[in-house]
Design a protein. Structure first.
Length: 407
């Protein structure tokens, strides 16, 4: 039989995967100690009663909240699961598998009539769910096997920027009277927590009107020195764009947009930042350069030159973040990439040369700028994360390998 050679791009992908595996093995070997393993003592394991499906979602949520989990999953044909310190695992190893009838019963037990109607019409629903012991972002989805329920556990109090360990650079960004600040990262990277801390800092240090637009409202922010108005998409307004358009007539000073999802929302956010408002928003992007590419590429080609000029003038900063499992497996460490507007950064945006931003950020370290790879390396050198985590999450893997192994 005649052998067909692999396409060149497939060969490169395979070589890269093999290379990554070899580096991870090398880094793991660095971590291995030569200490003798202690003798293992045989212990008689007692019989443990199985845990049957609980009566109400609140019972699962309370267990997860007390354990410090970030998410609870109740899915068909799977044991009840939580995300603890970034890892998805069963809540109880001896728990029964959740059936389609169980998830249907659990869902109908906490949804109100309006939510049941929306679920029947759309097949999925997202909303904020509040109990006596906490707030949760709930998602109920109908799929091939039945209903799946996922809950994000929201802290009952807004943690301050100091409690989160955020750098002073972010407080400086909160002092601007206008402009655009973007907080980016993947789902579950702590964007909402960072954004809430920044809004609450403004709430304490300024005397202005703050409007937050979210889907759903996660953190409840009480008015202090500022007047805070919180609106929820699909509950108080039809869309982010409609809420943003309406907010401009409500005499706001600061506008927080939970997510810039579409062209109209992005366009309105940029316009608001140019007309005397400080706009804070999130995007699901991994670093500063990709964030700007995402914002610019959503516009038609004939508008991009104008938008590049507008963004280069209105942008104040981009914070990209990751939550990395710690070395001891008992928490997660925050890795931050920070871009601040300088004339050099503005020129890169204006000229469409976002690929040059990492170099500009590297030379802007004294101003508070930092690259994600440098942040990961600092966490490793501080003993907080493993070299494997630093390597796999890095952008420039060849350079990170050299930094970690000295080779």
């Amino acid at each position: 039989m005649e052998e067909h050679p692999q396409p060149e791009d497939e060969q490169q992908t395979e070589a890269a995967e093999q290379s990554d595996e070899a580096v991870i093995q090398e880094l793991a070997a660095m971590e291995t100690t030569t200490e003798e393993s202690p003798a293992v003592e045989e212990v008689e394991v007692a019989y443990v009663e199985p845990i049957h499906t609980l009566d109400h979602v609140d019972m699962y949520l309370q267990v997860g909240q007390e354990a410090g989990a970030s998410d609870i999953h109740l899915a068909v044909n799977v044991q009840p699961t939580w995300r603890l310190f970034g890892n998805l695992e069963p809540i109880w190893l001896q728990a029964d598998v959740v059936t389609a009838d169980d998830t249907e019963r659990l869902a109908m037990g906490f949804l109100n009539d309006e939510q049941k109607k929306r679920l029947a019409e759309k097949g999925d629903i997202d909303f904020a769910y509040a109990t006596e012991f906490g707030r949760f972002r709930a998602s109920v989805v109908r799929h091939r096997l039945g209903l799946d329920l996922v809950f994000r556990i929201i802290s009952t109090s807004v943690r301050t920027m100091d409690q989160l360990g955020l750098p002073e650079t972010l407080k400086m960004l909160c002092q601007y009277q206008n402009g655009l600040i973007l907080v980016t990262g993947s789902v579950g990277s702590g964007k909402s927590t960072t954004l809430a801390a920044m809004v609450d800092y403004i709430n304490e240090t300024r005397h202005e009107h703050i409007i937050t637009l979210e889907d759903p409202i996660e953190y409840v922010i009480q008015s202090r020195n500022c007047h805070v108005t919180q609106r929820e998409v699909h509950t108080h307004t039809n869309s982010f764009a409609a809420a943003l358009r309406g907010s401009l007539r409500e005499d706001p000073d600061v506008i927080m947009v939970g997510e810039m999802r579409d062209l109209e929302t992005i366009q309105l956010a940029i316009t608001a930042s140019e007309t005397g408002h400080l706009v804070l928003a999130t995007l699901h992007t991994g670093n500063a350069a990709r964030t700007l590419d995402r914002v610019l590429d959503v516009f038609p080609v004939d508008q991009r030159e104008q938008i590049r000029v507008m963004v280069s003038e209105s942008l104040r900063g981009i914070i990209s973040q990751q939550l990395v499992p710690t070395r001891d497996g008992k928490g997660r460490a925050l890795a931050l990439e920070i871009l601040l507007r300088t004339e050099a950064v503005a020129a890169c945006i204006r000229d469409g040369k976002t690929f040059m931003l990492p170099g500009v950020m590297q030379t802007g370290g004294k101003l508070g700028m930092v690259l994600m790879d440098d942040s990961l390396l600092n966490l490793y050198r501080a003993g907080l994360i493993t070299p494997e985590e630093a390597y796999m999450r890095s952008e420039q893997k060849a350079l990170m390998r050299t930094q970690l192994t000295g080779k």
